[in-house]
Design a protein around this ligand. Sequence first.
Ligand SMILES: Cc1cc2nc3c(=O)[nH]c(=O)nc-3n(C[C@H](O)[C@H](O)[C@H](O)COP(=O)(O)O)c2cc1C
Length: 267
Amino acid sequence: MILYFSGTGNCLSVARRIASETADKAISLYDAANADLSSEKVIGLVYPSYYFNPPRPVPILLDRLTLPTNAYVFIVIVCGAQTGNSIWAVEQLLRRKGVRVAYCHKLRMPDCSAIGFGRNPNDQTWKFERFASRLDRIISDVKARRHAHHFGAWGPAGWLCALPSVEKRTWPLLLPHVNADKCIGCGVCERVCPQGNISLVLLPKNSSSERNSESNGEVAQIGGKCVECLSCVHFCQQQAIEIAGRPTPKLHQYHNPNVKLKDLLRR
Ligand SMILES: Cc1cc2nc3c(=O)[nH]c(=O)nc-3n(C[C@H](O)[C@H](O)[C@H](O)COP(=O)(O)O)c2cc1C
């Protein structure tokens, strides 16, 4: 069983590829909620690095699962550059549940957070070519049930950035918000948000027609459970979800080319 967390599809594409090559199945950590996986022989975890840590829901969702203590467990971290504490934090949690990680590796893919800093994640597609061979290697290692820990190089700066106090300060940098003048209430963001944190609310009377002729009279509203996966930012067809008050350029919207919007919609 390959469990993944994915906002813009990089981790989903990796999880699917590993699953198809190892005759296993890939399932979202959200869909696996509270499952008893104690009879699984292989557990794979594929998730991104956020602020040099695992995304906030990953340890929470993992903790709810019943995991096998004698399975072959591997982790693949997908990141823009550096994994920091992302592997170690989950390893520690699993160890407390009596589960040992046999193998871990990182993979660099286009960084979806680049959009928040005015850069285009689509300029980073060279990472696919460069790391295609690494994914092949990971798959062959998993098939052979190899034991190895490849954390990737990261120095004191990486440790420092992974500190909770640093994460707390950098968190607001990528917090999305809805530009109500652009939002047409189509509901894509509501369905793609893995946290179920976006809802559509009615606009006050007569404001919708003045504001946007395509609007259906509703506007998206982001709640307090955002984990900054940025799927809403990248999939909004109106570019109405912005980061740090800056407009979202259509050209900078990214999702993994092997993944479609429907693959990431919440069940
Ligand atoms: C909020 C946020 C924080 C991120 N922090 C890091 C980081 O610390 N190090 C890194 O290499 N990449 C970082 N990234 C880039 C993601 O790890 C990368 O885009 C990953 O491929 C996303 O996977 P997904 O497409 O499955 O959501 C960050 C992305 C987001 C959205």
